[in-house]
Design a protein. Structure first.
Length: 284
């Protein structure tokens, strides 16, 4: 096991505001180490993980993981045990033996798409029907951990210091609400996390957190995440003592996300380090 501690002392970004003194900080990853492991296992032999930086238009080989000294050891454990580990094992990990997708994807495919298929042909709806289900209706998914993972990723993205990744600018009050939730506080008041799986397109890419038309967004493989200001949906979830997160079938939004990922890759200039690496899942 590698040692992620450093000689750097500082204030932990998560618990530091509530503690006196300095702490030994760890190498905190922007994108979780589990995601890097998944991408490395999944890529074709002889190819590389590619990165398109927002700082320029080039696509280059990601030779080093993106990290900075941000969190103390206790807070690293909070981030991993409260959401990151669950997302890695339940949402990313595929069943290789039976050639099946991850547990979370299978549950959502069965529960959401079957209902969507039942409703979409109706004249009142159509094939662009948007259909959502709250996590309280899907007890085999730990929705609170999915929510914690999403809020944690959005929160980390607001900091400067990530190589190749400019910070995502959010209201300071919202950032503080995120921090308090991650430490065990209340859900973000008035906000919901929306998870839109890519049911009709294979997508083996990551879009790091950024603002898309003013809305916080990120994508990891088959899952798109949005943070939305939605007072009514938030109130309904809290009234049912549920997590303010919705799993959503949205064909238009899914297609837009896929095509945006493809367009951003294709319009970027490849660097010499990308030679020999082709993305097999791109639409031909």
């Amino acid at each position: 096991m590698t040692d992620d501690t450093t000689d750097e002392l500082g204030k932990c970004a998560l618990c530091g505001p509530e503690k006196e003194g300095l702490q030994l900080l760890r190498k905190s990853h922007h994108l979780t180490k589990a995601t890097y492991r998944y991408l490395n296992r999944s890529k074709a032999e002889g190819t590389k993980i590619l990165l398109r930086s927002q700082e320029n238009e080039k696509v280059f080989s990601l030779g080093r993981q993106i990290f900075q000294c941000l969190l103390c050891d206790d807070c690293e454990l909070i981030m991993s045990s409260e959401g990151e580990e669950y997302f890695a094992s339940a949402a990313m990990k595929i069943d290789e033996k039976n050639s099946q997708p991850s547990h979370v994807f299978r549950v959502l495919l069965k529960s959401l798409v079957s209902n969507w298929n039942r409703l979409a042909p109706h004249p009142a709806y159509g094939r662009n029907l948007v259909f959502s289900v709250g996590g309280n209706f899907l007890p085999t998914i730990d929705t609170r951990q999915i929510y914690h993972y999403a809020v944690g990723f959005f929160w980390k993205a607001t900091f400067e210091g990530w190589s190749h990744c400019p910070p995502m600018v959010l209201d300071s009050e919202l950032i503080e609400q995120m921090r308090k939730f991650l430490l065990g506080g209340d859900f973000l008041p008035g906000y919901i996390v929306r998870v839109v799986p890519s049911f009709w397109r294979e997508k083996y890419a990551v879009v790091l957190p950024s603002l898309v038309q003013g809305q916080p967004f990120f994508s990891v493989l088959q899952f798109d995440f949005y943070l939305e200001k939605a007072e009514r949906q938030y109130g309904s979830a809290i009234a049912m003592e549920a997590v303010p997160l919705l799993y959503t079938v949205d064909p238009i939004r899914s297609e837009r996300s896929y095509r945006g990922t493809v367009a951003n890759y294709r319009k970027a200039q490849p660097s010499k380090s990308t030679v020999g690496t082709e993305l097999s899942w791109l639409e031909q």
